[in-house]
Design a protein around this ligand. Structure first.
Ligand code: CP
Ligand code: NVA
Length: 303
C-alpha cells in the first residue's frame, strides 16, 4: 500500500528515527562521492502553487542524485487550475508518475490529492503545515546535539504552518517546545493539532528562551498571508531574534530559521551570520532528509 507524507503524524517516532539513519547514510555517501541511484527510472511530479527555493531545488537535485527525474509543474500551467478536478488529475498523474510533491494553500487540496492518487503524495507546504521542514530541522538538531531526548526548542514568532508542524514534531519525538507568540497569533492547542503535553504556548519571548537549546523562528508574513502586514509586523516586533534575546539564553544555544529570512525583521543579520546560527547547515539538511523520504516512499518494500 502506498504511503503519503501529508503531516508529520504520518510517520511514527520509530519511522522518523529510521528516516534519520537513512539521511545520515545518504549525506555521508554524497560527501564521499559514492554514487547511489536506487530511483533509476522513477519520476516525481512537483506541483508548486507558491514560491520556493529550498524545497524545489533540493527535491529536483535529490531525485537526480538518486537516479530519478523530477518534473517542475506550476499550478498555472496545469489543467488543474483551469477547472480539471483534483480527483481526475490525481488519477491521471498516477498513471505517469511514481510520486507527487505539492506545495499549495489549502491543506484539504493535498488531502484530496492523496485520497485519489494511487502513488505517494508529499506535502511540500500548505497554509496548515510544513512537515518536510520540521523533519529536516529535528534531524539537524539530532546531528548537532547527538540526540533529541530532553532537548528544548523555543519557537519565537508567528503561530503559522511551521509552528503547527513543530507542535506535531515535538509531540511525536518527545521534545519540549515552547512557542512564544503574541496572543492573537497563537496557534490553536487542540490535541489533534499536535499538542500532547510537550508543547507550551506563552507570550514572553524572554521566558521562552530560558534554558532552551534551540531558538527557532520563521518569517512573520507567510505566503498567502499578506493581509494586515504592517499591523502584524508591529505586533511581532518584540519577538525579533536579536543579540539581546540570544544573550538571555544558554551560552551554547543554537539559532535556527527555516528560511527565507527577512533580515532585520524577524532576525538580525548579527544573529543570522553569528556564531550561534546553524541556519545554513539546517538548509542543507533539507536535501539529505528529503532524499531519505523519497527512497522510503517511492521504493516499494521488498516482499
Ligand atoms: N524553507 C523552505 O521551505 O524554503 P522554500 O520556501 O525556499 O522552499
Ligand atoms: N511560513 C512560511 C514558510 C516558508 C518556508 C510560509 O508559509 O511562507
Amino acid at each position: 500500500m502506498k504511503k503519503d507524507l501529508l503531516s508529520i503524524s504520518d510517520f511514527s517516532r520509530e519511522e522518523i528515527l529510521d528516516l534519520f539513519e537513512k539521511s545520515s547514510d545518504l549525506k555521508e555517501k554524497r560527501q564521499k562521492g559514492i554514487p547511489h541511484q536506487p530511483l533509476t527510472g522513477k519520476t516525481l511530479g512537483m506541483i508548486f502553487n507558491k514560491h520556493s527555493t529550498r524545497t524545489r531545488i533540493s527535491f529536483e537535485v535529490g531525485m537526480f542524485e538518486l537516479g530519478g527525474h523530477a518534473l517542475f509543474l506550476t499550478g498555472d500551467q496545469l489543467q488543474l487550475n483551469r477547472g480539471e478536478t483534483i480527483r481526475d488529475s490525481a488519477q491521471v498523474l498516477s498513471r505517469y508518475l511514481n510520486g507527487i510533491l505539492i506545495r499549495t494553500y489549502d491543506h484539504d487540496e493535498v488531502l484530496a490529492l492523496a485520497e485519489h492518487a494511487t502513488i505517494p503524495v508529499i506535502n511540500g507546504l500548505t497554509d496548515f503545515n510544513h512537515p518536510l521542514q520540521i523533519l529536516a530541522d529535528i534531524f539537524t538538531i539530532k546531528e548537532k546535539l547527538g540526540g533529541i531526548d530532553g532537548v528544548k526548542v523555543a519557537y519565537v514568532g508567528d503561530g503559522n504552518n511551521v509552528a503547527y508542524s513543530w507542535m506535531m514534531g515535538a509531540s511525536i519525538m518527545g521534545m519540549d517546545l515552547v512557542i512564544a507568540c503574541p496572543n492573537s497569533l497563537q496557534p490553536s492547542t487542540a490535541p489533534d493539532l499536535g499538542n500532547n503535553g510537550h508543547v507550551k504556548i506563552i507570550e514572553d519571548p524572554f521566558e521562552a528562551v530560558q534554558n532552551a537549546d534551540i531558538i527557532y523562528t520563521d518569517v512573520w508574513i507567510s505566503m498567502g498571508d499578506e493581509e494586515d502586514t504592517e499591523s502584524k509586523k508591529k505586533l511581532l516586533l518584540p519577538y525579533q531574534i536579536n543579540q539581546r534575546l540570544v544573550d538571555a539564553a544558554k551560552k551554547d544555544v543554537m539559532v535556527m530559521h527555516c528560511l527565507p529570512a527577512h533580515r532585520e525583521i524577524e532576525i538580525t543579520s548579527e544573529v543570522l551570520d553569528g556564531g550561534h546560527s546553524i541556519i545554513f547547515d539546517q538548509a542543507e539538511n533539507r536535501l539529505h532528509v528529503q532524499k531519505a523520504i523519497l527512497e522510503t516512499l517511492l521504493l516499494p518494500p521488498q516482499e
